[in-house]
Design a protein around this ligand. Structure first.
Ligand code: SF4
Ligand code: SF4
Length: 345
């Protein structure tokens, strides 16, 4: 028997139940249902909720659900802003939505390429300077950074400006195990694992959670949109069983099956000379599983527009050479065009 202790997030004072609540999927349910799910999560012991300015009404739903809860709850949210002014504006909007005087962790959201890093972190007028100002004003407690490039996160963390980081981690996308987890430990950085279910592409909750729970200082934040999911996830934690031999065999099977199809969102294949947004298209099913249908069908929205770039692919194969996982990208684009077309019908 193993034991899944509560998670202490690095140098912060945050002590969380072994899993937190990922706030993406509650965008898909109505407010009444979202409140029921969130309150059930609290009842089951979850005390860490993650959301973002970019997750439409997720902050508001969390704020409404937790406003009268008389128990210490930690909140983490994020800004996609590029400037100081926009980041400060986001912090104030989050405080209003979440009905709080202070937010425990405010992240720079999805810093995954050099251009974004320059704008969000390095520029004198960066979003980071806005978060530092918010911290001085007592509006936020800790500054975090999220992204899909481990190398870029490492570079950002070396600046000493961040006390928490959030990165992709599941039993297939486990590059962080190479040396990133130890790097964070050496700097006492709080570690939050996003996408423990690979954005809905890996659906065995027991394997997904137990795999990450093995690391007793990493906080996984599975997205939940049903009361049953909350109960199932919490019971996996509470049962405190380690991975069984059968589950390990199944993991090997999934790894083998997905290894040639699974986009890790690293972005090395970009830019495509024809403007194809490869990482978004290759994750079409994940967006369809998690995002509000009305947004994905809205021609004005970024993901819809990114899906449409799939038709620009001329099969030149330039991207294949750039992908460190040797994914057969043009073939996967074709497959995802079918998924997208079926969804849009
Ligand atoms: S094969 Fe398609 S996606 Fe890849 S670089 Fe060429 S046009 Fe872009
Ligand atoms: S297709 Fe390959 S290079 Fe492009 S984002 Fe996915 S894993 Fe990275």
């Amino acid at each position: 028997m193993g034991k899944f202790f509560s998670r202490k997030l690095g140098q912060t004072e945050i002590k969380s139940f072994p899993i937190g609540f990922g706030g993406i999927p509650i965008q898909r349910v109505n407010e009444r249902k979202a409140i029921e799910i969130i309150r059930e999560a609290v009842k089951q012991g979850i005390n860490f909720f993650d959301t973002a300015r970019a997750y439409t009404d997720s902050e508001e739903k969390i704020g409404k659900s937790l406003s009268d809860i008389d128990k210490k709850i930690y909140i983490s949210t994020k800004t996609p802003a590029n400037t100081k002014k926009a980041a400060l504006k986001d912090v104030k909007k989050s405080l209003e939505n979440l009905q709080r005087d202070k937010i425990d962790i405010y992240h720079l959201h999805n810093v995954s390429d050099e251009k974004t890093y320059q704008k969000m972190v390095l520029n004198p007028n960066s979003a980071l300077s806005g978060l530092k100002e918010a911290k001085r004003m007592g509006l936020i407690e800790h500054i975090g950074i999220t992204g899909h490039s481990i190398e870029l996160l490492k570079k950002a963390l070396k600046t000493g400006q961040f006390s928490v980081t959030m990165f992709c981690y599941n039993f297939i996308e486990n590059e962080c195990e190479n040396d990133f987890l130890d790097f964070c430990r050496s700097k006492n950085i709080g570690m939050i694992a996003m996408k423990p279910f690979a954005g809905g592409r890996l659906n065995d909750a027991s394997i997904n959670l137990k795999y990450i729970l093995q690391q007793n200082d990493v906080l996984a934040i599975p997205g939940m949109e049903k009361i049953e999911e909350v109960r199932e996830n919490v019971s996996i934690v509470n049962n405190q069983n380690v991975l069984t031999d059968k589950e390990r065999e199944l993991m090997d099977y999934y790894k083998e099956k997905f290894t040639t199809q699974f986009c890790r969102r690293c972005g090395y294949c970009q830019p495509c000379p024809e403007g194809v947004n490869i990482p978004i298209i290759l994750r079409a099913q994940s967006f369809i599983n998690r995002m509000p249908e009305k947004d994905l069908k809205n021609g004005e929205k970024a993901v819809y527009k990114a899906f449409q770039t799939a038709y620009n692919c001329i099969n030149c194969e330039v991207c294949i050479e750039k992908c460190p996982y040797n994914l057969p990208i043009p073939r996967l684009i074709e497959k995802n065009i079918n998924i997208i077309e079926k969804f849009l019908q």
